[in-house]
Structures are given as structure tokens and as C-alpha cells.
Design a protein around this ligand. Structure first.
Ligand code: FES
Length: 137
């Protein structure tokens, strides 16, 4: 009778591990295609200065509005291809410098394409003391 030099559990463990890796390698692109995303950890941005009398404050990643007793923030990332949006104060719209998509500043909805999706609203906590605003990105 021939002796097996490897304990059976070790072979099973390796096979199970390789099966797991193969399943993961197959499922990951399928889940990505289906729109599954691993949730990111939220980042809190503290803003210590008040929003100017114009009613808006532009930062690198978002625009914070505080006017008409309402406070909200919109991402500055264009939903078309990701360029940084600019606020056009005279037209009260967010406009993309790359392909001129336009977004409504109160709803985040597309006013003019080629962008198809609305902008991302960010959670804003308005406070009485410093920091005056905490924006969750
Ligand atoms: S990246 Fe903004 S419209 Fe194309």
C-alpha cells in the first residue's frame, strides 16, 4: 500500500483557499458591474469661518451654501467626467469648465448636459460655535 506523504487536511485547506480566491476573482467584477461599492469612511470637514454675505463658500471639494435660512453643500465633482465645477453667481448655477454641463444649485439636478446624473448633496451641520459648519464628505 502506498503512503500519502501529505496529511489530508492540508490539501483540503489549500484547495478551499484556492476555490475561495477563484470565487472572489469571479465575483468582484460581477459585483462592480452591478454597481456594488464598498462604502467609504466619512470624512468630516470643519469650517471655522462664516459663509460670506454672498451666501456661498467655495472649497476644493464642495460648495457650501447658507442663504434664505437654508444651509446645504454640493460636491464640486461633475457627474459627467469628474471636472471641478465653478459657481456662476450671476446665473446661480454650477457650471463645468470641461464640457459646459450645468447644474441647479438648490436641487443639484442637471440643467444642461452632457452630464446625466445630479450632483451629490453633502450633509451639513450648522453650529453656534467653532467650527461653524461640519460637512460630511
Ligand atoms: S466633465 Fe463636466 S461636463 Fe464633462
Amino acid at each position: 500500500m502506498k503512503k500519502n506523504h501529505q496529511p489530508p487536511e492540508k490539501g483540503n485547506t489549500r484547495r478551499t483557499f484556492l476555490t475561495f480566491l477563484g470565487t472572489l476573482a469571479f465575483l468582484y467584477p460581477v459585483l462592480q458591474f452591478a454597481g456594488f461599492k464598498i462604502p467609504k469612511k466619512p470624512t468630516y470637514v470643519n469650517i471655522s469661518k462664516p459663509v460670506p454675505a454672498t451666501g456661498y463658500l467655495v472649497t476644493t471639494g464642495f460648495i457650501l451654501f447658507d442663504r434664505d435660512n437654508k444651509c446645504w453643500a454640493l460636491s464640486r465633482t461633475c457627474t459627467h467626467l469628474g471636472c471641478k465645477l465653478n459657481y456662476q453667481e450671476d446665473k446661480d448655477i454650477l457650471e463645468c469648465p470641461c464640457h459646459q454641463s450645468r447644474f441647479n444649485v438648490e436641487t443639484g439636478q442637471v440643467v444642461k448636459g452632457p452630464a446625466q446624473k445630479p450632483l451629490t448633496f453633502l450633509s451639513v451641520e450648522k453650529r453656534q460655535d467653532d467650527p461653524l459648519y461640519v460637512v460630511t464628505t
